[in-house]
Ligand binder design. Structure first.
Ligand code: UD1
Ligand code: CA
Length: 484
């Protein structure tokens, strides 16, 4: 398929999206880790157009700010009042003209609320358009429920004559199941002219870009409708029910691609992945798992059940179960969870074990080191082959600043230790149970901070008389007196 480089892609994103009932402009709602607009722009970028223009209006500041973040190369045109899709395209054409750009060659138009769109589909549309030498080619689709869409009207011979919007359609037209996807390839020069001639004589009193088809045909130009192979990908999102449907469909597409690449997805119905996620062969994803953002999972790793990884890298053959991890790095063959929480900057080397109820933040943990139970590790550098005793806290915050703790290779720290940072435990050092490590421990030393244990005899019966504890103590006294 030979396709020319489009002169421009215009993406409409100025509408309010009233039906979303949201503070957020519709096109900024997310599915699979990207805004709907972001998905459309990613598909458009595959055409490598000379320029991309997004028409902004409602919630303009938010949309422009978002664009600077996700697609800094695209231009914007402002549509101050939302007078329809045709008016929006006119704003784009006029804005380009002000910059000295007169459109010629192919111009692709898409809407910012069709997030399932694929670049290959747009490329197919451009190819069909250029092959036929059309003034405009509309991507159409046959859908099970055409309600709300513009209908593709054909004459008795099946020749495409125009588009009629749902609100303007008569009963016979409402029965048409071939709809306008909202994606078009135009001849740029003809588009620039036709947008000046759109009327507002319709149910909504708006300038419809869909009217361009009838006008261009009336001028004697060729117009065409290219039927999309997969109606699913042209679904527009107008409310949150459709948002959820689109998310499910895109998720299915992403999971299918992973499975085809050799990843086992145990339960596709409860597994959610974002568009930027990569997973290696023979990895197994257990139910109720979400892989988000730029998460990368290595070959043979086992993730889940009930695990959420965001912007996290997991090495080959690691095992991560019932865990939440954000911006963490999990080394190959490491095991994490169940019930672990890895926060930004948690860096686990090869074969590290992070066990149950362990939280790790901003800490480097060396090869083969174990943090098995009930522990908080924050702002630390832990060497290799270390064992951290159960129920320990890296006390990193003095109320004003955060400090680091360093633990040397092969150290073994006791249960219930407090490492009061800044502090260092040397290579091969030991610490006793219940140690509050306030001072550095030299390599090979045993640190013990708890003082001699002191028992105050009879304290409970004197200070807590009448309690079950005092009663139990009294009985124990009696028994020992009787056996004397
Ligand atoms: C539109 C089409 C319809 C098609 C459907 C496909 C028109 C007149 N109708 O209807 O034929 O079947 O999409 O999904 O084109 N927008 C602006 N400025 C405006 C109005 C809209 O930028 O003044 C933007 C919106 O932000 C949105 C897109 O254009 O991204 C489509 O607008 P929407 O109101 O959702 O059109 P539909 O009623 O879905
Ligand atoms: Ca729509």
């Amino acid at each position: 398929m030979s396709v020319s480089r489009p002169a421009a892609v215009i993406v409409l994103a100025a509408g309010e999206g009233t039906r979303m009932k949201s503070r957020l402009p519709k096109v900024l709602h997310e599915i699979c880790g990207r805004s709907m607009l972001g998905h459309v722009l990613a598909a458009a970028a595959e055409l490598d157009p000379e320029r991309t223009v997004v028409v902004v209006g409602h919630g303009r500041e938010q949309v422009v700010q978002h664009l600077q973040h996700v697609a800094p190369g695209v231009g914007t045109a402002v549509q101050d009042s939302q007078n329809g899709t045709g008016h929006a395209v006119r704003m784009a054409v006029e804005s380009l003209r002000e910059q000295g750009v007169e459109l010629s060659g192919t111009v692709v138009l898409a809407y910012g609320d069709t997030p399932l769109l694929r670049g290959a589909t747009l490329a197919g549309l451009v190819a069909a358009h250029e092959e036929a030498g059309n003034a405009v080619t509309v991507l159409s689709a046959r859908v099970p429920d055409p309600a709300g869409y513009g209908r593709i009207v054909r004459d008795a011979d099946g020749v495409f004559t125009g588009i009629v919007e749902h609100a303007d359609a008569d009963e016979a037209q409402l029965a048409i199941d071939e709809i306008n996807s909202g994606m078009y390839a135009f001849d740029g020069a003809l588009l620039s002219d036709v947008v000046k001639r759109l009327s507002t004589d319709n149910a909504k009193g708006e300038e419809y870009i869909t009217d361009a088809v009838g006008i261009l045909r009336g001028d004697g130009h060729r117009v065409g409708a290219a039927l999309a192979g997969d109606w699913v990908e042209i679904q527009g999102v107008n409310d949150r029910v459709q948002l959820a449907e689109a998310r499910r469909l895109l998720n299915d597409r992403l999971l299918t691609a992973l499975m085809r690449d050799g990843v086992t997805i145990v339960d596709p119905a409860t597994t959610w992945v974002d568009a930027g996620v990569r997973v290696g062969r023979d990895a197994v994803i257990e139910p109720q798992t979400q892989l988000q953002g730029r998460t990368v999972v290595g070959e043979g790793a086992h993730i889940g059940p009930a695990t959420v990884l965001r912007d996290t890298e997991v090495g080959a053959d690691a095992v991560v179960s019932m865990t939440v991890a954000h911006e963490a790095l999990i080394g190959p063959e490491a095991t994490v969870g169940p019930y672990a929480y890895l926060r930004p900057g948690a860096v686990l080397d090869r074969k590290v074990k992070i066990g149950t109820y362990v939280e790790v933040k901003n800490a480097n943990i060396g090869e083969g080191t174990k943090v098995p139970h009930l522990t908080y590790v924050g702002d630390a550098d832990i060497g290799r082959g270390v064992n951290i005793g159960a129920s320990s806290v890296f006390v990193n915050y003095d109320g004003v600043t955060k400090h680091r703790t360093t633990i040397g290779d092969h150290a073994r720290t006791g249960s219930d230790n407090m490492f009061v940072a800044p502090v260092r435990v040397g290579d091969g050092a030991y610490t006793g149970a219940g140690t509050v490590v306030r001072e550095d421990v030299p390599p090979g030393a045993l640190a013990v901070s708890a003082g001699q244990q002191r028992n105050i005899e009879g304290w409970v019966q004197r200070k807590r008389p009448g309690t079950p504890a005092a009663e139990a103590a009294r009985r124990a006294d009696e028994n020992s007196a009787a056996s004397d």
